[in-house]
Design a protein around this ligand. Structure first.
Ligand code: AP5
Length: 224
């Protein structure tokens, strides 16, 4: 695997990683940290769709009703998004996929694109903890930066550290929508663990209470 055998202190390069996990398992949080550590971009389909929605593009408007209800956006839309994003220059030397693939057809589409994934890390967090985490998540309405009222506080209550705008709750973090997202995850996304296990790429990481501890385990898993 690229980067795996590098001596301590040298940069890992060229890794192509997937972060799997339930909604709220910490994929976005870890993807951001790994992106800085490994110098590869984090590609979040959720963030791309939310940006399209904010800009009222046809794709964003088509995705809105699915997202608001906690359902998956149709595969053809999401696969189109990923094809375009992975063709960009910054993805040519590796990337971290956060929130893609989420169904077996999406994983197959990735293979058909000729993308060879090095590691798939599944962040394991029980459903009860997910519900508590989501109720405390706050996001910036302008730049999308993500916080938690207990685990990742902004410097000033209710205000984004990055751009100074007010923090809001994500619409799909309403408790009933979170339960639907968890149902969809178990039904449609969890089977990807067996898919990547068969390919010998899967690593399980138990999500910890402290973000730093999860990062240490995740880095160990991708470098293993
Ligand atoms: P998306 O934005 O991808 O949402 P998700 O997968 O449901 O994941 P989240 O962003 O909610 O959570 P996360 O795992 O990134 O956790 P986070 O780090 O924020 O997708 C949204 C929607 O878009 C989908 O429902 C679907 O409609 C559509 N979509 C996207 N991709 C798609 C695809 N491929 N196919 C079809 N549809 C698609 O952490 C959560 C909270 O916990 C934060 O507040 C954080 O601060 C806190 N936290 C993180 N780590 C810890 C820790 N270790 N301890 C305590 N708190 C922690």
């Amino acid at each position: 695997m690229p980067g795996a055998a590098l001596p301590h202190g040298e940069e890992d390069t060229g890794m192509k990683l997937i972060l799997l996990g339930a909604p709220g398992a910490g994929k976005g949080t870890q993807a951001e940290i790994l992106s800085e550590t490994l110098h590869i971009p984090a590609v979040s389909t959720g963030n791309i769709i939310r940006a399209a929605l904010k800009n009222e593009t046809p794709m964003g408007l088509a995705a809105k009703s699915y997202m608001d209800a906690g359902e998956l956006v149709p595969d053809d839309i999401v696969i189109g998004i990923i094809k375009e994003r992975l063709a960009e220059a910054d993805c040519q030397n590796g990337f971290i996929l956060d929130g893609f693939p989420r169904t077996i057809p999406q994983a197959q589409a990735l293979e058909e694109l000729g993308v060879t994934i090095d590691r798939v890390v599944s962040l394991e967090v029980p459903d009860e903890k997910i519900v508590a985490r989501m109720s405390g998540r706050r996001v910036c309405g302008k730049c999308g930066a993500s916080y938690h009222v207990e685990y990742k506080k902004p410097a000033k209550d209710g205000v984004c550290d990055v751009c100074g705008e007010p923090l809001i709750c994500r619409k799909d973090d309403a408790p009933e929508t979170v339960l639907e997202r968890l149902r969809v995850f178990h039904e449609q996304t969890e089977p990807l663990k067996a898919f990547y296990e068969k390919l010998g790429k899967l690593k399980l990481v138990v999500g910890q209470e402290d973000v730093k501890d999860t990062t240490a385990l995740t880095l160990a898993a991708v470098r293993d």
